[in-house]
Design a protein around this ligand. Structure first.
Ligand code: NAD
Length: 303
């Protein structure tokens, strides 16, 4: 099987590429390397095309693939260039979707829990969307186009995954957009107090990147098109991360709390309703925050 992975040089994309290779698939990465973690894919046997996913013409030049995993997007949620955000995230998705429909190639694409904004928890796929920023809005546009298209076409099967807060190996290049686990670990390793918005009780549905990669790849086998949450269903607080890190690093840092500059425009609480996901994947389990951070630390301490 040959799989096209757009954004395959990014954080989640590179983890997907590695998993596909382990499972014996041939991989074609399409990435414009504008925000890549190219070091993540140095050892991956994969073909690489450097191109902009929002460029319609590029897809016509690609070799035939059996499946597509679409991860390419602008992921800096604070970017102020709305035009670019919508062009890459939405028009890029439209290109991929049209290509998938025209050639009957199954497609899994990355959406985001950002579409829920400060909506009710646990967050259900059917609830009203309240995107806070242009990034989340661009993802909502993708989900709406998906809905419109899959109402008419039953083939190919298409899955959209609303990822919650992903953390784990391969996110170094993301800078400010890297996970809380990544930032808090680095602050504490430098001997500094971990910095949290007052008073660290914001809760997020944190999910380990290997779990995300596994479910994303497994989605290539689902039989019915749908958009689903991909989170653990277990929200944890920022204070919890500090406590887990303190335990694993054998430290006793107290958080340095400060005012949240994004107040009023910030997801204080996210929790995935995982019923649809568990209906599609019987017996699905995820690493707990404790297990995920322990695994991640082994990587961080060796890199
Ligand atoms: N990391 C998370 O917690 C999270 C949460 C929700 C959704 N997502 C979604 O998951 C996907 C992967 O995110 P990530 O965290 O790996 O981010 P990332 O920034 O590491 O990866 C995105 C990749 O897309 C590439 N890219 C950007 N613009 C492109 C373009 N015009 N053409 C081709 N390639 C382009 C970048 O170079 C990068 O390699 C994205 O669609 C993102 O919106 C991530």
């Amino acid at each position: 099987m040959r799989v096209l992975v757009t954004g395959g040089a990014g954080f989640i994309g590179s983890n997907i590429v590695k998993l596909l290779r382990e499972r014996g698939a041939k991989v074609l990465i399409l990435d414009d390397f504008s925000h890549s973690g190219f070091k993540n894919i140095i050892d991956c046997q994969a073909d690489v095309v450097c191109a902009d996913v929002s460029d319609e013409k590029i897809l016509k030049k690609l070799p035939r693939v059996d499946a597509i995993i679409h991860e390419a997007a602008i992921t800096e949620t604070t970017l102020k260039d709305d035009t670019r955000m919508v062009k890459v995230n939405f028009e890029g998705f439209r290109n991929i979707l049209n290509y998938s429909l025209k050639n009957k190639i199954k497609l899994v694409y990355a959406s985001s829990a950002g579409v829920y904004g400060e909506g009710d928890c646990p967050m259900k796929e059917s609830q009203k969307s309240l995107p806070h920023n242009i990034y989340a809005y661009s993802k909502l546009l993708c989900d709406r186009l998906f809905e419109k298209v899959t109402r008419r076409a039953t083939r190919p099967v298409i899955a959209g995954l609303r990822y919650f807060n992903v953390y784990g190996p391969g996110e170094e290049h993301k800078g400010m957009s890297a996970s809380m686990v990544y930032h808090l670990y680095h602050q504490m390793r430098k001997g500094n107090s971990p910095r949290l918005f007052k008073y660290g009780e914001q809760r997020r549905d944190f999910i380990y990147v290997e779990d995300v990669a596994r479910v994303t790849v497994d989605c290539l086998e689902i039989k019915k098109s749908r958009v689903m949450n991909l989170g653990t269903g277990v929200p944890r607080s920022f204070n919890d991360i500090v406590a887990v890190l303190n335990k694993l690093l054998n430290t006793a840092f107290k958080p340095d709390y400060f005012d949240n500059p994004y107040k009023g425009n910030y997801q204080n609480y996210t929790e995935a309703d995982v019923r649809l996901l568990k209906e599609s994947f019987k017996g699905l389990t995820f690493l707990s925050l404790e297990e995920g951070i322990e695994k991640y630390l082994k990587y961080l301490q060796n890199s």
